[in-house]
Design a protein around this ligand. Structure first.
Ligand code: GLY
Length: 385
């Protein structure tokens, strides 16, 4: 028999970094919040993510709005991490380590020059380094590298620690976290949200629903017809490595074309990531491992001495324009916090603030306007079924 209806003000679908951060911020504002996670909190894309906070490195100079959002979020990271640590007594693993973007041959060096110029035109901090200067910063770099760019403002965080701290902070602020609570569909009465039906058939009444379900945010039937948004899975395979000799191989993040190596600072490293359109497939392949190791080992040969601890594949939430959906859609009470593609961890602080403000009824103007979910809505309000 179904349990009697439960009620809350805000139901958050998805207990990854974004959903947990939204729940934390909303609960801090006094809202009654329930997070509904189909698996265990933090075990989706957040569990696989490397945690690069690469506002500058991932910037596409043609996407000024996204760059602005990324820079805004990067600027919030130090205080966000500090506040989280204070809220739950655990350090979320934020490291101001900087990033080196490395060219392995002449063609890559030319491309890097171009990248540096374009970023400088946008006022971003980049410093061109000769190979000897780059090796002075990261002695593990191969003597054969041709050039490097220092991105002093691109740092890193440990997404697994981040989710653990966010879950504690959200819980301490009063949010209820429900695991193994998959959502079958969002319910509407007329043109507004009335609750959610869970996979087990039980109902949760609520005034507002936040969709923070990563690549599952776009699955058929989750939201009423006409309110759907195009979110698709983009697979990323990633390796976790450990130096038996302890920390010291690398200080920060090293990036080459198509791969990156992120130092955790304790002898552990994350080597990522493939970008594959393969639907919901999360198998890991020898080819994926080979490509990643080959690409990074040309820049950091010492990576071949590391122990391989784990290989996983995660699913990034991709959108047609690679920009996230943040804010209200066409159905009243339905708010989106998804589609962050390669930048979910970076965009966590700013997304949580913007969505909590939207839930509180504060106008979604300014920076949020460019990421309005209505830019891809198939119908306007009034045509929902
Ligand atoms: N943020 C890097 C990636 O998605 O692989």
């Amino acid at each position: 028999m179904n349990s009697p209806h439960q009620h809350c003000e805000v139901a958050v679908i998805g207990g990854g970094a974004i959903g947990l951060a939204v729940a934390w911020r909303a609960a801090q504002r006094g809202m009654s919040v329930v997070v509904l996670e189909r698996d265990e909190v933090g075990m989706g894309a957040s569990h696989v993510a490397a945690g690069m906070l690469a506002a500058v490195g991932e910037a596409d100079p043609g996407e000024r709005g996204l760059l602005e959002l990324a820079l805004e979020s990067a600027a919030r990271w130090p205080s966000f991490a500090e506040e989280l640590a204070e809220a739950c007594g655990i350090d979320p693993g934020y490291r101001r380590c900087g990033t080196l973007r490395v060219a392995r041959d002449r063609d890559e060096a030319e491309a890097l020059e171009h990248e540096a110029d374009r970023r400088r035109e946008l006022g971003l901090a980049v410093r061109r380094l000769r190979p000897s200067e780059a090796r002075a910063r990261e002695p593990a770099l191969a003597p054969t590298i041709r050039q490097a760019l220092e991105l002093p403002d691109d740092h890193a965080v440990d997404p697994r620690l981040l989710c653990a701290t966010l879950a504690r902070a959200a819980d301490a602020a009063g949010a209820q976290l429900r695991e193994r609570a998959g959502v079958a569909r969002v319910l509407a009465r007329g043109e507004r949200v009335s609750g959610v039906e869970l996979a087990d058939g039980s109902l949760l009444d609520c005034e507002k629903v936040v969709v923070a379900a990563g690549c599952w945010s776009g699955v058929d039937g989750l939201v009423p017809v006409g309110a759907e948004l195009p979110v698709r899975p983009v697979k990323g395979q990633i390796l976790r490595l450990r130096d038996p000799l302890g920390p010291g191989l690398l200080r920060g993040v090293v990036r080459v074309d198509h791969a990156y190596l992120v130092a955790r600072g304790d002898g552990r490293y994350v080597l990522g990531a493939t970008v594959e359109d393969r639907g919901f497939d999360t198998t890991v392949t020898a080819g994926g491992a080979w490509e990643l190791i080959r690409d990074v080992a040309e820049a950091v040969p010492g990576v071949l001495e590391l122990e391989l601890e784990e290989m996983t594949a995660g699913l990034r939430p991709g959108t047609p324009d690679n920009a996230p959906f943040v804010g209200a859609g066409v159905l009243e009470g339905l708010v989106w916090a998804t589609g962050h593609y390669r930048n979910g961890i970076l965009l966590c602080p700013v997304t949580a603030e913007l969505v909590a403000a939207e839930l509180a009824g504060e106008a979604g103007a300014g920076i949020a306007a460019a990421f309005s979910p209505t830019r891809f809505a198939t119908v306007g309000a009034g045509a929902l079924t």
